[in-house]
Design a protein around this ligand. Sequence first.
Ligand SMILES: Nc1ncnc2c1ncn2[C@@H]1O[C@H](COP(=O)(O)OP(=O)(O)O)[C@@H](O)[C@H]1O
Ligand SMILES: Cc1ncc(C[n+]2csc(CCOP(=O)(O)OP(=O)(O)O)c2C)c(N)n1
Ligand SMILES: [Mg+2]
Length: 345
Amino acid sequence: MSENTRTEISSLGEFGLIEHLTKNFETHNASTVLSVGDDAAVIDHFGKQTVITTDLLIEGIHFDLMYTPLKHLGYKSVMVNLSDIYAMNATPTQITVSVAFSNRFSVEALDEFYEGIYVACEKHGVDLIGGDTSSSQKGFIISVTAIGEVAPDKFVKRSTAQKGDLICVSGDVGGAFLGLTLMEREKRIYLENPQIQPDLEGEDYIVGRLLKPEARKDIIEFFAANDIVPTSMMDVSDGVSSEILHLCRQSNLGCNIYEEKLPIHDAARKAAFKFGLDPTVCALSGGEDYELIFTLKQEDYDKITLNEEIAVIGYMTDIEEGCKFQTKGGNTHPITAQGWNAFVK
Ligand SMILES: Nc1ncnc2c1ncn2[C@@H]1O[C@H](COP(=O)(O)OP(=O)(O)O)[C@@H](O)[C@H]1O
Ligand SMILES: Cc1ncc(C[n+]2csc(CCOP(=O)(O)OP(=O)(O)O)c2C)c(N)n1
Ligand SMILES: [Mg+2]
C-alpha cells in the first residue's frame, strides 16, 4: 500500500469497515466457538473458569498520537489488557476491541492500528472475537476487553498475601515513565520550533517501554513450570508504590520495601539523571511498566533465585507496622500512593 493513499472510511461504511478490518483474522483457540459476525461471540472454556477484564484508552489521557505510531497503539491496547489476565495467573484466550474515531482517520490509519492488534494476538495466542465501531466528534477512543481461562479456583487475587511473604517484581520499573518524559519533552521542543528534529538517540529502551510494553506471559509460564503459586498478585499499571498499597490494603497487611532492591534498568537510570529526576521516584510512581508484582511464601525463595527476571524487593508485615520504604541511606519513610491517577493533574 502506498504511503500517500487515503481511503475515506465513508467509502466502506461501518459494516464494510468491520468486514475489511476483521476478514483475514482466523481464530485458533478451541474455546472460541463463534467469533466476529453475529450478535455475540460464543466461548466454551471446557470446565475451566473464565477471567474477564477491560480497560479504556483515551486520546490525550492515555496516549498522544503526535508520538505514538498507530501500530504500536494497537499492540499496547491489547497488551495492557492481557497484562491484567496474566496478573490473575490465567491464560488469555480472546479479546474484543471497540473503537470510536473522527473523520480525521482513514481506512489506512485503522489498518495500521489493527496490524498492531493482530501482532499482539498472534504473540499471545489470543483470538479477536468481536467489538464495536463508532464515530467520535473528537479524539480516538479504544476499549479492549480480554477474556482468559484458569483451572478452577487457581486464580490469584490481590487480597490473599500473608505476613512474612516475599514481595517480588518482574523485569524492571520506571522505564515507561522516563520514555513518556522524553517524548513529552521532545514534543514541547518540536511545537516551539518545528525545524528541530526529535533527539531520541540512544533512548530506544525507555521509548520501547512506553510504546510497546510486553505483558509477562513468561512469568506465568515460569510459575506453572516450577509449581509456584503466588499468594497474591497484580500488574503494575499505576506505579509500584500505588500497587503495593493495593496489595497491603486488600490483604490487611503492612510491608517493608527496600530502595536498593528496586529493579531499575541502566538505561532508565541514565535517562533519569539526564532529566534531573530521581530514578527511585520514577520506579515507585511512574506507572505503565506492565510488570507483575506478587507475593510468595518464603519457602519458594530458592525456586526464584535462578530467574533473573524476578527481584525480591521486600516482605509483608503486620498491618500495625504500616507500609514502609527503606532508602539506601537507611532512612525509613511511609509509602504514599503518588502513582498515576487519571483524575489528578
Ligand atoms: N466504571 C466501573 N464500573 C464497574 N467496575 C469498575 C469500573 N471501573 C473499574 N472497575 C473495577 O474496579 C477494579 C479496579 O479497577 P482498575 O483500578 O482500573 O484496575 P486495573 O489497574 O487492573 O485496570 C476492577 O475490578 C475493575 O473491573
Ligand atoms: C498522553 C499521555 N498522558 C499520560 C500518560 C501516562 N499514563 C497513561 S495511562 C497510565 C497508567 C494506567 O492507566 P489506567 O487508566 O489507570 O489503567 P488501569 O490502572 O485501569 O489499568 C499512565 C501512567 C501517557 N502514557 N500518555
Ligand atoms: Mg482498569
